[in-house]
Design a protein. Structure first.
Lengths: 233, 299
């Protein structure tokens, strides 16, 4: 599903956010991405979604080489990815419902069909009662869940979530993780970045660890590697 | 196809919403568009009316050839008949010297003539060439001047020529105004669209992140420009109509003082459609250029 070979990302200004990262993520996997603040987690996810371009190296997602992808093909590539952003990126000048409708409108789906799907997505994250509300009136956790609803409404095969449980108390974090797990069970590939070691321990998926832009752990899927990670204190 | 239609309806809805949401700013630019469009449109309408008025007064040029005094009735009449056969001469009238005298008397100049023992007037032939090609008329007059029987030729086409020149100048002015104001308008509309785009910056960014094509992002702005142009065109139409209504009374009074009736005509249905169509095209073009340029900056 996702393949990085010797990917380096240097931001304008010379800072190297990712250095020589190689990894593979198989279809249907649930992968946690962890590391200190500034380690490059967001950068890695942005590269997967072709929001940023690598300085060097090759990235293949969904069988498509991102380096060779034409600008015109980018929107259609993105439609297959459910993105959950660290800073939500909700539209505060429209209702909760309209925020969830946006991806469907972008794909040319309007009317009752679209409304039904939007409602189903809101139902999954427990926001069905808040359809008419403005996102600004929602709590942090509710905004996070709205972001998830928007990501799942177009039924993507791959979901990339950047710190979806940050600033949430334990109960909410668990609720959101349960939602993700439900998607994992129906075959959606999930990459979730998080600081929360408890969360990783509880859900026990494969873990990629970044430190100063270097991938220090979990580059390739290997049960042995996962066991070793579980054993280290 | 269905997707295509829903996309367009959706964009139109968004554009209408934005037009309503930014009503104060939109009203201003609509007024600016209206005024700018109404300038050439008013000039055009006034010119059309002037032309119609000139048509009423007959712009038909007339050539009068005064014959030499020693040309007798017979020769004069023969000459008139010969001229009448020419295709470029138009209606040819032979005015016998006695009839000329009558005309003068009727015009109230009888007293002046009373002292004269014999009729001092020459025979005259008037020609009313059809088709107002001034060069041909000039050539005809010059030919007449060469004729052995002719003493003098008077050509009263001068004022009509001047009028024609003024009208032609006016028409050129309409075009000049229309083109320069059209460019200015496209720029104005483009600028309001640019501001719109910056106001929607966040939405554009988010939309792109979740798979919106450039066309999807561009479409509501294009509709916005088109609508703004259309409303501006309607405003221009209103202004022209108002101008005509305001002027009509005084024009009619002036005409009445000269013993004629004249009423100003506004824009015809077809002309109104052209005005609105041009306004839409300008709005669309301004929006298109602006969106294309501004969105490129976003990446
Ligand atoms: N647009 C950018 N321009 C320049 N430098 C950037 C940009 N985005 C990130 N960086 C730098 O790249 C490094 C990695 O950033 P990144 O956002 O990937 O970290 P992170 O692991 O997501 O951190 P956090 O846990 O705080 O979200 C940081 O040092 C950051 O300052
Ligand atoms: Mg981050």
């Amino acid at each position: 599903m996702i393949e990085f070979s010797e990917v380096t990302k240097r931001y304008p200004g010379g800072h190297e956010a990712l250095a020589n990262v190689s990894l593979t993520i198989a279809q249907g996997e649930l992968v946690f991405l962890t590391g200190h603040s500034g380690a490059g987690k967001s950068t890695l996810l942005k590269l997967m979604a072709a929001i940023e371009r690598p300085t060097s190296g090759q990235i293949i997602v969904n069988g498509q080489s991102l380096g060779r992808m034409k600008r015109a093909a980018l929107p259609y590539f993105r439609r297959n990815i459910g993105l959950i952003f660290q800073d939500h990126k909700l539209l505060y000048d429209r209702s909760v419902f309209d925020n969830v409708l946006l991806p469907l409108h972008i794909q040319g789906l309007t009317g009752p069909d679209a409304a039904k799907r939007a409602r189903a997505a809101l139902d999954k994250v427990g926001l069905l009662g808040r359809e008419r509300a403005r996102p600004i009136t929602l709590s942090g956790g509710e905004q996070q869940r709205l972001c998830i609803a928007r990501a799942i409404v177009s039924r993507p095969a791959l979901m990339l979530a950047d710190e979806p449980t940050a600033n949430l108390d334990d109960a909410y974090a668990r609720e959101i993780m349960d939602t993700f797990l439900a998607f994992h069970q129906v075959g959606v590939t999930l990459v979730i970045s998080t600081h929360d070691q408890n969360l990783i321990r509880r859900y026990g998926g494969r873990t990629l660890t970044l430190a100063n832009g270097h991938l220090t752990e979990g580059a390739a899927e290997s049960p042995a590697g996962r066991d070793a990670a579980l054993l280290t204190p | 196809m269905r997707v295509w239609i829903t996309h367009h309806l959706h964009s139109l809805k968004i554009a209408l919403g934005r037009l309503r949401a930014s009503s104060a700013a939109s009203l201003m630019s609509v007024l600016v568009i209206g005024v700018a469009l109404s300038l050439p449109a008013s000039l055009y309408v006034l010119l059309a009316n002037a032309q119609r008025a000139a048509g009423n007064v007959s712009v038909q040029p007339e050539i009068t050839a005064f014959l030499k005094l020693d040309v007798d009735d017979m020769a004069a009449e023969q000459m008139a008949q010969a001229l009448a056969k020419r295709p470029d001469a138009g209606a040819v009238t032979f005015v016998h010297r006695d009839k000329g005298m009558d005309k003068l008397r009727k015009a109230g100049l009888g007293d002046v003539m009373a002292g004269l023992s014999s009729n001092p007037l020459p025979h005259a032939i008037t020609l009313a060439p059809t088709g107002a090609d001034p060069e041909r008329i000039d050539r005809l007059a010059a030919e007449l001047r060469q004729h052995e029987n002719v003493e003098q030729v008077s050509l009263d086409a001068n004022w009509s020529r001047r009028l024609a020149a003024i009208l032609a100048f006016g028409r050129e002015l309409v075009w000049l105004l229309a083109v320069s104001l059209g460019i200015a308008l496209a720029a104005i509309i483009g600028n309001t669209i640019r501001l719109q785009i910056y106001a929607q910056r966040e939405e554009i960014e988010v939309s792109r992140l979740i798979g919106a094509t450039d066309r999807f992002i561009r479409r509501p702005f294009l509709y916005f420009g088109l609508l703004q142009g259309l409303v501006g065109g309607l405003a221009a139409w209103g202004m022209v109509s108002l101008l005509i209504a305001l002027l009509d009374g005084s024009v009619a009074r002036v005409a009445l003082a000269y013993g004629t009736r004249f009423s100003l005509a506004g824009l015809a249905a077809q002309e109104t459609l052209i005005l609105l169509g041009l306004a839409c095209v300008l709005g669309f073009t301004g929006a298109y250029l602006s969106v294309t340029r501004t969105l490129r900056h976003f990446n």
